[in-house]
Design a protein around this ligand. Structure first.
Ligand SMILES: C[S@@+](CC[C@H](N)C(=O)[O-])C[C@H]1O[C@@H](n2cnc3c(N)ncnc32)[C@H](O)[C@@H]1O
Length: 280
């Protein structure tokens, strides 16, 4: 069997860890948060099953024989799906031990390697993967630009990065809908859009930190790393799905997520990495 590429600590041997950098948040190991999130996913009442998973799957290349990396793998649903689709190996990383333990318990496949660690602290040998996927995890990352550059280096020429994040329209001012006196949703208040950075939100528990970035930053950081942008999606439910789940009407009023697909060009077509620094 093909073995999975090495995925290791990003601090080079002999170098001190960067202690100035804040530790990545690990809210999924909070027991109350974990139970809330697990119930949401089991009942499929969140947006993952209704919107995100079908949209990401529709944008994937043929996975046969591919070496795949999943950043923020959660319960390992994508890792198992990728193997069903013929991926040779899947390396799946998550900062939450509870998520990794649950993923391992659900998986009986020696070609899937679950790694417990943070996206920020792990690095791979260069040109090790054909596809890097990250579903709804990168808005938890403070230093998006470094992660994107590392992903670029970890991909083989022609390899793809496919990722989803909460949409900037949602993360800018995550205070929730404005209601009228009868409790009807009037509108989603967009504010502080250009003020990028951490937002403290309440989701199962208080103090969940997510990072807001503008659409410009999401796209230009990918281009600056040397990728070619292949597709940008703001998924919305089909009319049939809306009939089954009228509550998804909210997602037509404001986009809940953003998906980018970017390709590492082969050497002959590679642009230089751009020096333009995006404000992140
Ligand atoms: C919304 S869940 C999505 C899980 C999975 N990708 C899916 O779509 O089913 C986000 C996941 O990202 C993980 N995560 C958040 N911050 C992370 C970090 N800094 N490094 C690694 N994983 C992280 C969380 O622990 C959680 O499992």
């Amino acid at each position: 069997m093909t073995s999975a590429p090495d995925y290791h600590d990003s601090t080079p041997p002999g170098e001190a860890k960067d202690t100035a950098r804040p530790s990545p948040q690990n809210i999924y190991d909070n027991p109350r948060f974990f139970e809330g999130y697990r119930t949401l996913r089991e009942k499929d009442t969140g947006l993952n099953g209704a919107l995100e998973i079908p949209a990401i799957r529709a944008l994937l290349p043929d996975l046969h024989g591919r070496a795949v990396l999943d950043l923020g793998c959660g319960f390992g649903d994508f890792a198992r799906y990728a193997r069903e689709q013929g991926a040779a190996t899947v390396t799946a990383l998550d900062v939450s031990l509870k998520m990794i333990e649950a993923a391992r318990a659900l998986t009986h496949d020696a070609a899937i390697t679950y790694v417990h660690g943070s996206i920020e602290d792990r690095a791979v040998q260069p040109a090790a993967f054909d596809l890097v996927v990250s579903s709804l995890a990168l808005h938890y990352i403070a230093d998006y630009a470094t992660v994107v550059r590392r992903v670029f280096d970890s991909l083989r020429p022609g390899g793809l990065l496919v990722f989803s994040v909460e949409h900037p329209v949602c993360t800018a001012n995550p205070t929730g809908w404005i209601h009228d006196a009868d409790g009807h949703r009037l509108h989603w208040p967009l504010d502080h859009y250009q003020q990028q950075g951490a937002r403290s939100t309440s989701w199962f528990v208080d103090g969940v930190i997510k990072y807001h970035r503008t659409m410009e930053t999401y796209v230009n950081t990918v281009l600056d790393a040397g990728f070619q942008l292949r597709h940008l999606a703001e998924p919305q439910p089909t009319a049939e799905r809306l009939r089954e789940r009228p509550d998804l009407e909210d997602t037509v009023r404001r986009p809940p997520m953003l998906i980018l697909v970017a390709m590492k060009p082969d050497a002959a077509h590679a642009p230089q990495r751009r020096n333009h620094e995006t404000k992140d």
